[in-house]
Design a protein around this ligand. Structure first.
Ligand code: 5AD
Ligand code: SF4
Length: 460
């Protein structure tokens, strides 16, 4: 298996894709995406390549000639789910020997994993990592045309690769990467190991992509980075980029994720001054105790965090704050966890993504003593979830009677005559309406609240 890094040459990759297209193989493909928005965006690039090859997307794995799993490894259960799914494909391949099975994404960057998959699972045809995903056409051509099994993962990243195609999964809302990787090394987190160090795209490339999306009718863009505040090395670069994106006139602009230690006053003031920036901020708190935060290597105190929250709300009282929280970090005591509960009470988030700590091999915290049992951590998590549910319910109730512009996203799963979409603040609203509303921004009056979503009706 090749360990050394090769070259990324996009022109060559287009040549591979065109060569495959000329053969008119008419394959159907299915990409299964796990994990975060970064992976969603990466899958859109793979779809872009596959569509250039003349292949069509299908939703069910059973209908596909090529199945690719884009994996996540941020927590152990994500990893187990990915592995379980891939192993299940073995059965599918028994009935369909020509089926091509590929696995890519963050999990493939873990040390030794690709070799293990190659050895243990002969039905896997293709494995590549996050650092060499731009070589996908070449790898697929070696599998399709050369009958090879291709297992290639590069240890280190290249620079940013521009010019890849994309087939977006949504025609009115789009993710735009502004940077890749992370330099923060929070002690629990595997992301810096599997996504590499920070690399920023040039403002011109980002603005160009956003402008094209606007011309294509996109109404909402979300700028993506592991830590957007350190775009181009930090300072005011991200706020400046955001101001330029705002001027393009796309109706809704969002971004994620912001590291609390790096969010600047200049960025916070954007919530008061930029016309298209939505009042929504995802600001991962992780824990509510200074000692735990220190051992997480988060580099802020809980007071400093609350101070940022206060400043954001001063500028934008209607902001929808969301957060990530880990319960049961190694060595966290009950008293320290109660600090998290108090912080949640105080911050009054719209919602929180909550996780039980999951040890990730190779990260610093995986070696910390961890005496609290998983049962106890589960109870802590449930307590945290219950607390946040109450706060969410209160906040939702207070929206009744107000009218918001809602970007309609989809039909409701439960009813053929109900649609769902988001308010600027990011709250989900369901209301009676037809398919023709999807992709439009309409005024909706809030009539009531459920557990996690709002109910409303179209305002005439
Ligand atoms: N265990 C539990 N949660 C984790 N996260 C990242 N790494 C871990 C881990 N090892 C959570 C953090 C992060 C979110 C994306 O996932 O809260 O913000
Ligand atoms: Fe992981 Fe911390 Fe980087 Fe976020 S900032 S990706 S939690 S290391």
């Amino acid at each position: 298996m090749e360990k050394t890094n090769g070259k990324l040459d996009i022109t060559r990759q287009y040549a591979f894709a065109e060569e495959i297209a000329r053969l008119r193989l008419n394959k159907k493909y299915c990409i299964v995406t796990m994990g975060c928005q970064m992976n969603v965006r990466d899958s859109e690039t793979l779809c872009g390549w596959l569509s250039l090859m003349g292949f069509t997307e299908v939703k069910a794995r059973e209908d596909a000639d090529i199945i690719i799993y884009n994996t996540c490894c941020v927590r152990e259960n994500a990893e187990n789910k990915a592995l379980g799914n891939v192993i299940w494909l073995k059965e599918l391949k028994k009935d369909k020997p020509d089926l091509i099975i590929g696995v890519c994404g963050c999990m493939m960057q873990e040390k030794g994993l690709a070799e293990e998959l190659k050895r243990k699972y002969p039905f896997i045809d293709l494995v590549f990592g996050t650092h060499n995903a731009a070589n996908f056409p070449e790898y697929l051509s070696r599998v399709l045309l050369g009958g090879e099994r291709v297992f290639e993962v590069w240890d280190s990243q290249g620079s940013v690769t521009e010019g890849q195609p994309a087939l977006r999964s949504c025609r009115f809302s789009a993710f735009v990467n502004i940077m890749y990787g992370c330099n923060n090394f929070c002690t629990y987190c595997i992301v810096p190991y599997v996504r590499g160090r920070e690399r920023s795209r040039k403002p011109e490339d980002i603005l160009d992509e956003c402008a094209k999306l606007k011309d294509a009718g996109v109404k909402e863009i979300t700028l993506l980075g592991q830590n957007v505040n350190s775009y181009m090395g930090g300072g005011s670069a991200f706020a400046e980029l955001l101001k330029r994106v705002d001027k393009l006139g796309i109706e809704r602009v969002r971004f994620m994720t912001s590291h609390p230690k790096d969010i600047t006053d200049e960025l916070i003031s954007c919530f008061g001054s930029l016309k298209h920036l939505c009042p929504q901020l995802h600001l991962p708190m992780q824990a509510g105790d200074d000692e735990v935060l220190k051992r997480m290597n988060r580099r802020y105190t809980i007071d400093a965090y609350m101070d940022k929250v206060r400043r954001v709300r001063e500028v934008c009282p209607e902001i929808g704050l969301t957060t990530d929280i880990i319960a049961g970090f190694p060595g966290e005591t009950r008293a320290q966890f109660e600090g998290t509960l108090r912080a949640v009470e105080q911050a009054r988030f719209d919602s929180a993504y909550t996780f039980i700590y999951s040890p990730r091999e190779g990260t610093a915290a995986a070696k910390y003593p961890d005496p609290v049992s998983i049962q106890e951590k589960t109870e802590w998590l449930e307590e945290l979830i219950a607390l946040q549910l109450g706060i969410t319910a209160d906040m939702l109730k207070r929206q009744t009677g107000k009218t918001f512009p809602v970007l309609v996203e989809s039909m409701s799963l439960r009813s053929e005559s109900t649609v769902g979409g988001k308010t600027p603040r990011g709250l989900m609203v369901n209301f009676p309406g037809g398919r023709d509303l999807i992709g439009r921004i309409v005024d909706v009056r809030i009539t009531g609240a459920g557990k996690n979503t709002l109910k409303g009706e179209l305002e005439e």
